[in-house]
Design a protein around this ligand. Structure first.
Ligand SMILES: [Zn+2]
Length: 74
């Protein structure tokens, strides 16, 4: 499948760093398995992976830290 952003790249399996913002919390999740565009770096997360990342972000936001850097946990 071609990249929806740059239209020319194609996706390969890899890992990326996802940054999310909640109310007062910035959450950075590292080593998230994703499909990565080999041209522009756009990434696509499988639905269960995205859900897991959002859950980790919500948990960090619930701790009211300003910045949390996490390792992706499957
Ligand atoms: Zn692209």
């Amino acid at each position: 499948m071609n990249c929806t952003i740059c239209k020319t790249g194609s996706f390969d399996d890899g890992h990326t760093t996802v940054t999310l913002e909640r109310a007062n919390t910035i959450v950075i999740v590292r080593d998230v398995p994703a499909r990565l565009c080999d041209n522009c770096g756009e990434y696509y997360l499988a639905e269960p992976v995205a859900q897991r990342v959002y859950t980790q972000a919500d948990e960090a936001a619930a701790r009211h830290v300003q910045v949390e850097i996490l390792q992706y946990v499957a």
